[in-house]
Design a protein around this ligand. Structure first.
Ligand code: GDP
Ligand code: CA
Length: 314
């Protein structure tokens, strides 16, 4: 493995914005993404991998810039037409997005391992990054709510996160093995970056695959995390609500505490500069910089600041 490699643990929207910047700061072939497949679901008999596809679309410049997921300009005729057959209209799978799901499902039925399928999709989109699913084995995030367990997408999309999260479970994780290349990508990279993704349901499932947390904990790579929380708030999504309902401080410091022992450098926003000393007391260095990735320039600047910090390290 290339010692110049940047390995990124990635969920969907937050991670993909970060990866767009990283791909401006280092050549794509120096980037390995370990993608969360805990969000995967069966829809109309198809295997959908929302987080992996968001990352592919974003790096290919094809993502819908308004939503951060799906393909720009896509339509939703198929999911609407499915209502005739009693399908509920809550899961958003665009008509052109469906092509990914169709092909992925076909390959899986042919017996291809997920990492091979993802590699084929990545190549078909003309990307030079390497994207690895966290595991070839199925792992499914389950939200434990007041009225019982919910598959992740039901919580996220159907119920629009309006359910108190009392706990999380990663069904299948105990028996899952890291996909080929995952442990090497953690051990042998120049840097391992935990993207500004949801720590519980994007990074959490990846760390739940046996061997991953240990490999990260013991990795000689420069280990970096970027806070998805800015000034006590999320940019989007349920991470702040989950921090609160699971008993953590709703701040970048609360996130840093979750990553104690796994990270050497914690990146937090200038709005949170006053938290830097408390972050450093956890045994990690703090890097205070602009982390709101609202424009291509900001994405690039954040990635360049991290690359500079990594390259400056002994
Ligand atoms: P999902 O799988 O699509 O939910 O996406 P991720 O887990 O990768 O990312 C969700 C997280 O990204 C949320 O907690 C957001 O606060 C965070 N996020 C989104 N945009 C930004 C941004 O511009 N800067 C930072 N620091 N975090 C962001
Ligand atoms: Ca996700």
């Amino acid at each position: 493995m290339d010692r110049a490699m940047y390995t990124v643990l990635a969920g969907g929207v937050g991670a993909s914005r970060f990866l767009q910047g990283l791909a401006m700061a280092v050549p794509q072939h120096q980037i390995t993404v370990i993608s969360n497949t805990g969000d995967d679901l069966e829809f109309a008999g198809l295997h959908v991998s929302p987080d992996t596809d968001i990352v592919i679309y974003a790096l290919a410049g094809a993502v819908n810039p308004e939503t951060g997921w799906g393909l720009a300009g896509d339509t939703f005729h198929v999911v609407e037409a499915l209502q005739r057959f009693g399908y509920e209209r809550w899961f958003n799978l665009g008509d052109r997005d469906l092509a990914m799901a169709l092909h992925r499902t076909r390959r899986l039925r042919e017996g291809w391992a997920m990492h091979r399928v993802v590699a084929e999709l990545v190549a078909a989109w003309g990307l030079a990054v390497r994207i690895l699913p966290m595991s070839d084995d199925p792992v499914r995030t389950v939200v434990q709510g007041p009225e019982g367990d919910l598959p992740f997408q039901e919580y996220m999309v159907r119920l629009r996160t309006e359910v108190e999260v009392r706990g999380l479970r990663f069904a299948g994780a105990d028996a899952a093995r890291p996909a080929p290349g995952v442990l090497e990508a953690l051990r042998e990279a120049r840097a391992v970056i935990l993207a500004p993704s949801n720590p519980f349901v994007s990074i959490g499932p990846i760390l739940a695959v046996p061997g991953v947390r240990e490999a990260l904990g013991a990795s000689p790579a420069r280990r970096v995390a970027v806070s998805p929380i800015i000034a006590g708030q999320v940019v989007k999504g349920p991470a702040a609500k989950m921090l609160a309902s699971l008993g953590h401080e709703v701040s970048a410091l609360g996130v840093a505490r979750l990553y104690r022992g796994l990270v050497d450098l914690f990146v937090l926003d200038t709005a949170d500069a006053e938290l830097a000393p408390a972050v450093e007391e956890l045994g990690m260095r703090a890097l205070v910089t602009e982390t709101l990735m609202s424009t291509p320039e900001r994405k690039r600047a954040l990635a360049e600041a991290i690359v500079a910090a990594v390259e400056a390290a002994p």
